[in-house]
Design a protein around this ligand. Structure first.
Ligand code: PA5
Length: 448
């Protein structure tokens, strides 16, 4: 079950300056219908991620079972869309403390931060580790740099057996990693060519590490399938959760000046879901002067950190609360507590969490800050699959409302090109020259 309560984004609740009039939704009826048809046409192309729920997972599950039987550590080497979804699935379903109690332990090596790299190496035993190198392009600097060191270390430590400790997840044909994997005879999984990094969590990119850690990936895909059936059926924003989320955020941003989209779950297992959402929303929509800045907040922690700003700061935010009705565990406040704090007695922690959400939401609504609440009954693979699918489709849909391409990331490339120039990569000499023109140290304050 998933429910979207958008009462507090409506103008009859928070006023016309900040809220949306019902008629405003209808103004977009034809545009939404056109986009809906385009999405159907592009299901084999840019919107191929909508077909991922229907894939056959037999091989992934077989491979995952072999890993579970023979290894204690599983390290994902990847970054951006080739890492954030893995962490999100793991934290949402298994919780952030899974590694303290369970095997195989999952580590995500994304950054080229030598201290992080070293810490992960300190925690694992190479002989009991599988490294899953994930890169769609097959050539991302961070991934290839981390992999290169692991590759050499594995060979030095394990000799020819090193191959059993590597799995590559990459484009079926293109890129360095595919070529290298074929030469070396490494086990490989395909990322469908049509699916871009940040839309790939429900492909082998996210599914293998999830299955290795015991997550029911079929149930995850079942939830996504359910959302797909619903969303592909109707262009009516009042019935289609992805279009509703997309259109609300688009109108809030373009017509009401809400240039920041805060996502605030009230369950810490969803913290990495927000990290995943940030990349999806930012990298897909931040183009040609458009876009909405995604911001992370966690209930109740950020009530004691950012809510002051959300209520009384600039009126530039729309907030999405995520509420999970049933937590896996709960704890009751005892009745034998000092009378000064007796108002807590009898309540459970989950009740307090829910009450704090209600209080914060009412306070924000009072300050006319538009907010919506997504409620799921449980944080299980099925509901997570629905949520992932809905946010991916909402992102693609919103990109088409902005009339931009939500599936590319041209602005990311330039920084990479300068880095290639600086590292002395052949063919990037011009970029090194351009870098030297741009990189000036003119105004400096140094404190010793
Ligand atoms: O969404 C995207 O396409 C990017 O964020 C990529 O996921 C990221 O740059 C990593 O790319 P790759 O999977 O090619 O290594």
């Amino acid at each position: 079950m998933l429910k979207i309560d958008y009462t507090n984004v409506m103008s009859d609740i928070i006023g016309e300056r900040d809220g949306i009039l019902e008629e405003e939704f209808y103004e977009y009826k034809h545009i939404v219908q056109e986009i809906h048809e385009k999405i159907h046409e592009e299901r084999e192309k840019s919107f191929y991620f909508t077909k991922l729920p229907y894939q056959d997972t037999t091989n992934i599950k077989l491979l995952a079972n072999q890993i579970r039987e023979n290894f204690d550590y599983f390290v994902v080497i990847g970054i951006g869309g080739s890492a954030l979804g893995n962490q999100m699935l793991q934290d949402a379903i298994n919780g952030p403390y899974y590694n303290d109690f369970q095997f195989p332990k999952l580590y995500i090596l994304d950054n080229v931060d030598p201290e992080k790299f070293g810490s992960i190496l300190d925690m694992i035993d190479l002989r009991k580790t599988v490294f899953n190198v994930i890169t769609k392009s097959g050539s991302t600097v961070e991934t290839i740099a981390n992999f290169s060191i692991i590759y050499t270390t594995l060979k030095e430590t394990l000799g020819e057996n090193y191959k059993n400790h590597l799995i590559f997840t990459t484009d079926p044909e293109k890129g360095f990693l595919r070529k290298f994997g074929m030469q070396e005879g490494i086990t490989m999984l395909d990322i469908p060519p049509e699916v871009g990094g940040r839309f790939s969590v429900l492909s082998p990119v996210g599914l293998l590490s999830a299955a290795v850690c015991g997550i029911d990936i079929d149930s995850l895909l079942e939830g996504a399938k359910n959302a797909d059936n619903l969303c592909m059926q109707t262009s009516n924003v009042f019935e289609n959760p992805a279009y509703l989320i997309g259109l609300i955020h688009y109108i809030a941003c373009e017509k009401k000046g809400k240039s920041i989209s805060v996502m605030m779950p009230y369950l810490e297992r969803l913290s990495s879901f927000v990290d995943w959402y940030r990349q999806l929303w930012a990298e897909s929509l931040g183009k040609e002067g458009f876009g909405q800045t995604p911001l992370k907040a966690i209930g109740t922690i950020d009530q004691h950190s950012q809510i002051q700003l959300f209520r009384e700061g600039p009126k530039d935010k729309i907030i999405t609360f995520i509420k999970v009705e049933n937590s896996l565990r709960d704890f009751k406040i005892p009745s034998e507590i000092p009378s000064d704090i007796s108002y807590l007695s009898g309540h459970t922690l989950k009740e307090i969490l829910d009450i704090e959400l209600l209080g914060t939401r009412a306070a924000l609504t009072k300050s006319k800050v538009p907010n919506l609440t997504i409620t799921i009954d449980q944080l299980n693979p099925y509901n997570l699959g629905m949520l992932i699918y809905i946010y991916e489709l909402a992102t693609g849909f919103t990109g088409y409302l902005y009339k931009i391409n939500p599936f590319d990331q041209p602005a990311v490339e330039e920084g990479k090109n300068f880095a290639y120039g600086l590292m002395g990569r052949k063919g990037y000499e011009d970029k090194l020259r351009e870098f030297k023109e741009l990189d000036k140290e003119k105004y400096i304050l140094q404190v010793d």
